[in-house]
Structure formats: C-alpha cells, structure tokens
Design a protein around this ligand. Structure first.
Ligand code: NAD
Ligand code: UDP
Length: 327
C-alpha cells in the first residue's frame, strides 16, 4: 500500500515482459491488486510464475491492439506493452506500430472511462540519432520516419502525441517516461539487446558480437532504479505529465561494456565484429535534471554492480537450461 493506505487496482500491460514482471512483483508486494495483460510476443507467463496464485494477482493473455476485455476497472495503468529489442520489434513492424498506437488508444479509452492514471513507457529512441548531447526533454529528435527502426521510434513518438492529446482533450491523468537502455536480472536469453547478448556469449565461451566498431555509446540503467523511477513518476503531482527522461547518466562505449563483461566473467578478449545495423544511434545519454527536480530520482546502482547481478542471474539461467537439455 502507499502512504495513504489505499489499495490500488493496477493494470500492467506488457506485465509479463522484462520490466513488467519487476513492476508486477513490486506492486503486489506493496499490497495492491495487479492485473497483468500480455500477448506473450516477447514476454512469457514464466516471468511472473512466482506471482501466479498469489492473492490479488490476475494474469490475462490479451493483445492490446484488440479491444480490451470487459470488466476492467483500474485505478492506475502502466503501458509497457511493446517489444523493446530491435530484433523483436523489427520482426513484425506493422504489429509494433499498431501496439504503440492502437494499443495505446485502447488503454487511453479505458483510462478515460475508469478515470485512471496512465503511464506510458516511451523511449530514448524518440530522439533518434541525436544532434544534441546529452538529450534533454526539450530536444525534438532526429528520427528517420521510413527506416527499419521507425516502427518503434515513430510508433512511440505517435503514442506520446496521443497520450498528450488525451490529457488535453479529456483531462486524463497522463505520465510519459522516456526510458533509456535498461538491463538486469529477468531479461530473456534470446532478448537480443546488447547486455544480454554479451553476457550470454561470455558465459557460453563464444566471441562477443560487436556491431560496427563498438564506439557508439549508450547509458545503461539497472532495472531496480528504473522501476523506482516509473513508480515515482506515476505518483508525481497531478500537474506533471512529463515527458521525463529516466536513465543513467554514465555514458559508455559498447566495446568498453564488452571489456567489463569479459573481466567480470574471467574471459579472454575475443570479439566478432559485424556490420552496424542501419540507423543505429551513435550516441545516447540522458539529461536527467527534470527527473531529479520533479521526482527526486537518480539512479543509484553503478554499472559494475548491476553487471555482477545480471551475470549471476544469467549464469543460473544458462546452467539450468543446460541441465534441462542434458536431462
Ligand atoms: P519486453 O519485450 O521484455 O516486454 C514487453 C512486453 O510487452 C512483453 O511481455 C510482450 O509480450 C508484451 N507485448 C508486446 N506487444 C504487446 C501487445 N500488443 N499486447 C500485449 N502485450 C504486448 O521489453 P521491456 O524491456 O520490458 O520493455 C517494456 C517497455 O519499456 C516497452 O514498452 C519498451 O518500449 C519500453 N522501454 C524499455 C527499454 C529498456 O531498455 N528495457 C528502453 C526504452 C523503452
Ligand atoms: N550491439 C552490439 N552487439 C550486440 C547487440 C547490440 O554491439 O550483440 C549494439 C547495437 O548496435 C547498439 C548498442 O549495442 O549500438 C545497443 O543495442 P541494443 O539493441 O541493446 O539497444 P538500442 O539502444 O540500439 O535500442
């Protein structure tokens, strides 16, 4: 429960994904009722298996592109329903775009009817390949509208517009988080994003795949910090919609992350350089001044510590899968 001791009915769309499962667990542990809605395109009921059967937890298989099931009456909605890894969101780009826009519309209509607060998980990708650095929320981005990443980048941009218009036109309590690269325990082995790829490769004794020369930068935020930021944003004052950047400000080149992972896993250096995918942003680092001033939020977990937790998680997962394969 929160400080007002109220039990919330929280709908988490995309709740069986990486961030969603952490959020479901946290909300349930705080005493709220949680409805997890997911079509399992990148998530899985396994991610929330520990919550199944717990009082107050409901899991519904549903695609938010379709009209929502009847009877939902949430007080709060988190919209995390969209594949986040480039390999997954590019596999069915039209579905990705529809998830962002049509799915967002269905959730906003529900928020309007139920007078629920709604938080949209947007992304640093709305900045595209940025021309300013670090990226402040006032920067409007540099995005290719017709490229391979556009279904995600433009889908999330259009969703931000829709959310802002629902706030203005219908007075819906909207919150928009621009999430920067987040990693941690709970990611899938086949997720395809850089941290999970490099760790699983290091643990399997394979060369680490570096796209391009590895000098492109990202800023990696540990999952617990991100969940804290999302919760604070949901609970922020009525007048604050954002968009607000949530992410870590320590920027690092991809090749350096790979070197850290090699060190932490005790592996010798072995890289496989492959061509950089089109429109892969060269730089990415959030300006988090707004999150500090409005949410009193800043990430607390340093990269090495977060990587250690993530390596331990993947070691157990990979070991478990190998044992199953041998059985
Ligand atoms: P994820 O792929 O692990 O989780 C997304 C979840 O949404 C999955 O469970 C998937 O099955 C579900 N889903 C997708 N389309 C759906 C649909 N149409 N209907 C119902 N469920 C659907 O990704 P994640 O890392 O947990 O990301 C969660 C959200 O945060 C996404 O919206 C993503 O765009 C955003 N985000 C994440 C990051 C990050 O680094 N993790 C960065 C920026 C933005
Ligand atoms: N990348 C890499 N090796 C991999 C996966 C990704 O070098 O095995 C690079 C990718 O080209 C990008 C960065 O790592 O520059 C982050 O990629 P990710 O897919 O995690 O997220 P993005 O920020 O691109 O959405």
């Amino acid at each position: 429960m929160n400080e007002h001791n109220e039990q919330r009915r929280i709908l988490i769309a995309g709740g069986a994904g990486f961030l969603g499962a952490h959020l479901c667990r946290r909300m349930l542990n705080e005493g709220h009722r949680v409805i997890c809605l997911d079509n399992y395109c990148t998530g899985s009921p396994d991610k929330v298996a520990d919550l199944a059967g717990r009082d107050g937890f409901t899991l519904i298989r549903h695609d938010i592109v379709e009209p929502l099931p009847p009877g939902l009456d949430p007080t709060h909605i988190y919209n995390l329903a969209c594949p986040a890894s480039p390999v997954h969101y590019q596999r069915d780009p039209i579905q990705t775009l529809r998830s962002c826009v049509v799915g967002g519309y269905h959730l906003l209509e529900l928020a309007r009817r139920s007078q629920a607060r709604i938080l949209q998980a947007s992304t640093s990708e709305v900045y595209g390949n940025p021309k300013t650095h670090p990226q402040h929320e006032s920067y409007h981005g540099h995005v290719n509208p017709v490229g391979l990443r556009s279904c995600y980048d433009e889908g999330k941009r259009c969703a931000e517009t829709l959310f802002a218009d629902y706030s203005r036109a219908h007075g819906v309590q909207v919150k928009i988080a621009r999430i920067f690269n987040t990693y941690g325990p709970g990611m899938s082995v086949g997720d395809g994003r850089v941290i999970s790829n490099l760790i699983t490769q290091a643990l399997a004794g394979r060369p680490l795949t570096i796209y391009g020369d590895g000098n492109q930068t990202r800023s990696f935020c540990y999952v617990d910090d991100m969940i804290e930021g999302l919760v604070r944003l949901m609970d922020s004052v009525d007048t604050f919609m954002g968009p607000v950047n949530l992410g870590n400000t320590s920027e690092i080149a991809v090749i350096e992350v790979a070197q850290r992972i090699l060190e932490l896993t005790g592996r010798e250096e072995e890289f496989e350089f492959v061509p950089l995918p089109p429109d892969d942003p060269a730089l990415r680092c959030p300006d988090t001044t707004l999150a500090k001033s409005h949410l009193d939020w800043f990430p607390a977990v340093p990269l090495d510590e977060g990587l250690r937790h993530t390596i331990a998680y993947f070691s157990e997962l990979v070991g478990h899968e190998q044992a199953l394969a041998r059985a």
